[in-house]
Each structure stands twice: as C-alpha cells, then as structure tokens.
Design a protein around this ligand. Structure first.
Ligand code: CO
Length: 192
C-alpha cells in the first residue's frame, strides 16, 4: 500500500512537472493568438451579457469578458489611461468599467465616463456643468448614450451599452466633471 501510494505520488509529481513544462511554451502563443484574434472570436457573443455580471466565474467567463468589456482607468492627474474605447459590434452588451486609481475624493477629483455623439458633447458638457446633483450629467439627457456615475479615488463604476447604438456616427467619451473634459476625453469606435 505504501509503495502503491509512493508510486502514485511519484506519478503525480511527474505529471505536474510535465504539464508545467508543457504549459509554459504552449501558453505564450495561445495568449497572443487570443489577443490578436478578437475579430475572429465574434462568433461567441452569446456569453457577453452574463459574463459582465459573472465576475466570479473566472475560467468560463474570461474570454467573453475580454471581448465585451473593458476597463478604463482615471487618476488624480485628471487623466484617462486611454484615448480610445473599442467596442465590438458582435457584443449584445458592452460594459465599460471606470476605475479611479487615485486617492482624491470625488468632490475635488471626480471622474465619470459619458458617451455621446461627437457633435453632441458640447451640449452634454454645458448642461452637465450645472448638474452636480446628478454627477454632472443632465437628468434624462437624450444625447447621452451611456454614462457611469461619478467616482472618487479608489472607487469604480461601470456602464453598459448596446453597441448598435454606436452605428453610423462618430462617438466620444469624456469626463464631465467641471474642467476635466479638455484633458479627459477620447473616441469610442466600433470594431468587428
Ligand atoms: Co474627471
């Protein structure tokens, strides 16, 4: 019995060593293939909606979440970490999570993400400037395609939109906190 167990554990160790060795070289090409293959994976949009809510189900949800969700960071220096949000057409819903990586409170360094048509952004800003109570987005502003709430340092918030709403126009995202829009903006593009 003892010898039998020893054999098994030897076999397990051997397997573990093997699979570790095998996994390393195999992983790198697979990962880069996956990141380059975003358009090719558009055949799996069905998982999109549950994936954005199912953060704990890591293994199963990860690929879909990668395609139909993205994270944008904002900091205490009034900057987003990207100038473009790419939204896959294949997704039924697309989720953008805003993560404030700074420490300042939202009263002094608040950030949100507001998405609208490029030509509507001026109006969205103008009407949002006086709407502190609703996170600097005018209530029920029909020009706003989607927006997050306002967050301070260490907080995050997300928005979900239907990519079909971005068809046929130029769309932008911005932070509408007063004075932030000039630095904190970028484009929202539809991709395959
Ligand atoms: Co801001």
């Amino acid at each position: 019995m003892k010898a039998y167990l020893a054999l098994i554990s030897a076999a397990v160790i051997g397997l573990a060593a093997c699979s570790q060795e095998a996994a390393k070289p195999a992983e790198a090409p697979a990962a880069s293939a996956a990141s380059e293959a975003v358009p090719a994976e558009t055949t799996a949009p069905a998982d999109a909606a549950p994936a954005s809510e199912a953060a704990p189900a890591d293994a199963a949800a990860a690929p879909a979440a990668g395609n139909c969700a993205t994270t944008v960071e904002a900091n205490d220096a009034m900057q987003f970490n990207t100038k473009e949000i790419q939204v896959s057409k294949a997704c039924k819903e697309f989720t953008v999570t805003l993560k404030h990586t700074g420490t300042q409170p939202k009263e002094s360094m608040g950030h949100n993400i507001v998405i609208g048509k490029a030509e509507d952004m001026d109006g969205i800003f103008k009407d949002g400037a006086g709407a502190a109570a609703t996170d600097y987005v005018k209530a029920d502003d029909a020009r706003v395609v989607a927006h997050t709430k306002l967050v301070g340092g260490g907080e995050e918030a997300s928005l979900t939109l239907d990519p079909a709403k971005l068809a046929g126009g130029e769309y932008k995202f911005a932070c509408t906190f007063p004075g932030h829009g000039a630095l904190m903006n970028g484009k929202v593009t539809l991709v395959d």
